[in-house]
Unconditional design. Structure first.
Length: 94
């Protein structure tokens, strides 16, 4: 027979785990560099840019823009992988 209380308990557990995973993603950070290392971008697990370092020797705005994009996209890609791993961990066993 179908146990409604057991199912409700599992649903609550799943919600709690997902909430915890979302909080963990907010705290996680990953940093990536442009190919030449002159730009560093740090994003959190939700792919939000939280820090950006630009080497003071850079003066060409087009080059800076390209390197910033490169570093941010690389950091966001890594954050995607971290998020996938974190969410997978949080739902194991459900």
């Amino acid at each position: 027979m179908f146990d409604m209380m057991k199912m409700m308990g599992k649903m609550k557990e799943a919600q709690d785990r997902m909430k915890q995973a979302q909080e963990n993603l907010q705290r996680m950070q990953t940093t990536a560099e442009s190919g030449d290392g002159k730009i560093k971008a740090t994003v959190n697990g939700k792919k939000q840019l939280v820090a950006l370092e630009i080497d003071s020797t850079l003066t060409d705005s087009n080059q800076i823009a390209q390197l910033v994009l490169e570093a941010v996209q690389s950091a966001q890609h890594t954050a995607d992988n971290l998020a996938r791993t974190e969410l997978k961990k949080s739902t194991e066993g459900l």
